[in-house]
Design a protein around this ligand. Structure first.
Ligand code: GDP
Length: 296
């Protein structure tokens, strides 16, 4: 078992317990542990640096309480700061308040979990009494179209009948018209991914965005890719203006620090987390749960 940050900090502060105030000197080692814990959880080093500075400012001069150990006190400061950094208390729900059909565009690198998340999201929206249509617009990976159609059958949710020889932009335009005529109120576009950002793909996504005018552009990030996800998210955000993030594969070993970094760097909220391959393994994001996981 790993020691929790709280345990580590209690060791650091052993001598201080029960008296005095926290000073630059006696908090130095504690902040080192905080820094390491965040780096281990895959938080971007620049984000960590700024963050630790803020915790230092908050902690120095704090009276050591009788009721909490100094370690617990620092953990509480770190916890509260992290929750606020992650947008705790903010409304991170989907913005679907527009004239239907409302478009949601899913973007991200190949393998991040876009297609799976389309299915999960459609299921989630159906449970909220919406009528979603899923649109496969990834013609470069023909299996992706079939994959979405299979998910649609499992969920009894209609999937637009795209073909791999059609242009993604045409598919998306036509699908939106189809949704309008057929009474769907939400359209989820599953766009193509690459192994890395490339200009051709970005141009295509920009054209699709301009054609379907999405209320939400959700960047799907694989939690296992750690800090790299931050650069990729920034790249997508710069070109497309993402509205939120879905962090997938949090059922694995990843601690989820990438979410913190993406939010800190791009300012865009994490809206959902993926917790498994099954279609019900999607949760609305809770800042305090992710923070407990990072500090755990
Ligand atoms: P895409 O290329 O971005 O469309 O990615 P896919 O949706 O095809 O997903 C890639 C792989 O990741 C598949 O094997 C999915 O089952 C898996 N996957 C997606 N989301 C999750 C998740 O939240 N947890 C786990 N464990 N696997 C996931």
């Amino acid at each position: 078992m790993f020691e929790s940050l709280s345990d580590k900090l209690d060791l650091v502060f052993k001598k201080l317990r029960g008296h005095g105030v926290m000073t630059e000197e006696n908090i130095k080692d504690a902040l080192r542990e905080v820094r390491l814990a965040l780096l281990e959880a895959d938080v971007n080093f620049k984000v960590v640096k700024d963050f630790v500075e803020r915790v230092r400012e908050k902690a120095v001069g704090t009276q050591v309480l009788q009721s909490l150990s100094p370690g617990q006190q620092v953990v509480k400061i770190v916890h509260d700061e992290l929750v606020s950094l992650m947008g705790g208390g903010e409304d991170n729900s989907l913005d679907l308040a527009a004239k239907p059909p409302v478009a949601i565009m899913m973007v991200g690198l190949q393998g991040a979990g876009k297609t799976t998340t389309c299915g999960k999201l459609a299921r989630y929206l159906k449970a909220q009494r919406r009528k979603p249509l899923m649109v496969p617009a990834d013609v470069y990976r023909p299996a992706a179209i079939e994959q979405l159609k299979t998910l649609g059958r499992q969920l009894s949710i209609e999937v637009y009948d795209s073909q791999a020889d059609q242009k993604p932009l045409d598919i998306c335009r036509n699908a939106l018209k189809y949704a309008e005529l057929s009474g769907f109120d939400t359209v989820i576009f599953d766009t193509a991914g690459r192994h890395q950002i490339d200009e051709y793909l970005m141009d295509e996504l920009v054209h699709i965005r301009d054609a379907v005018d999405p209320r939400e552009i959700l960047f799907v990030a694989d939690a296992m890719t750690g800090q790299e996800a931050v650069n990729v998210a920034a790249g997508f955000d710069e070109r497309l203006g993402i509205t939120g993030v879905v962090l997938t594969k949090l059922d694995g070993d990843a601690k989820g620090g990438a979410a913190l970094s993406i939010k800190a760097v791009s300012g865009k909220p994490v809206k959902f987390v993926g917790l498994g391959e099954k279609l019900d393994a999607l949760e609305v994001f809770h800042a305090d749960r992710l923070v407990s996981r990072i500090l755990g």
